[in-house]
Design a protein around this ligand. Structure first.
Ligand code: S3P
Length: 184
């Protein structure tokens, strides 16, 4: 897959379990772009899992680390960037995300997200007495944020990583050609 050189960075946003990392890696594989995951940047810096990082420094300090991980990508080109589900919570991140490149929201139905995130305990924010309700509350807060900053929305329900990637390229091509037409 060849993308025009005007495409500097593809930014994947979306809720936990929406497939940002696996789809991001697949996009990178097919395009030859580099893949970076903000969570992985933080994990590598701390040499700990996200659960351990939340337990040792707390959410607020994690959000600071997340902001820094995002800033590190400011001048990158040829990058596919997967972001943590909460990256849209900080206003200062929104401007950076927009400046990076094209923002793609991987969306999924609540039930499907639940099936994915309840498989393991790797999401510290969902370690509550009623994780399903917590997840619903987080979704209610975040879905409008994802929608408001996305250039492209890709529905991922019941699709494999390969199928979602096909859809990303399809939507990306339509988006790029509509932009070209509007410039003519
Ligand atoms: C979070 C999502 C996680 C990780 C952290 C917080 C969130 O990333 O950054 O657990 O606030 O939604 P994924 O979206 O990759 O699971």
């Amino acid at each position: 897959m060849h993308l025009p050189s005007s495409v500097r960075t593809l930014v994947l946003i979306g809720f936990m379990g929406s497939g940002k990392s696996s789809v991001g890696r697949e996009i990178a594989r097919r395009t030859g772009m580099r893949f970076v995951d903000t969570d992985a940047v933080i994990r590598e810096k701390h040499r700990k899992s996200i659960v351990q990082i939340f337990a040792s420094i707390g959410e607020e300090a994690f959000r600071e680390q997340e902001h820094l991980a995002l800033l590190e990508q400011r001048f990158a080109t040829g990058l596919v960037l997967a972001t943590g589900g909460g990256i849209v919570l900080q206003k200062r991140n929104i401007a950076v995300l927009r400046s990076l490149g094209i923002i793609i929201w991987l969306n999924a139905a609540e039930q499907i997200i639940w099936e994915r995130v309840s498989r393991n305990r790797s999401r510290p924010l969902l370690q509550t007495a009623n994780p399903r309700q917590t997840m619903r509350d987080l979704l209610t807060l975040r879905v409008p944020l994802y929608r408001s900053i996305a250039d492209i929305i890709v529905e991922t329900d019941h699709l494999s990583r390969e199928q979602v990637t096909d859809r990303v390229f399809h939507e990306l091509n339509s988006w790029l050609s509509s932009r070209r037409e509007s410039r003519c």
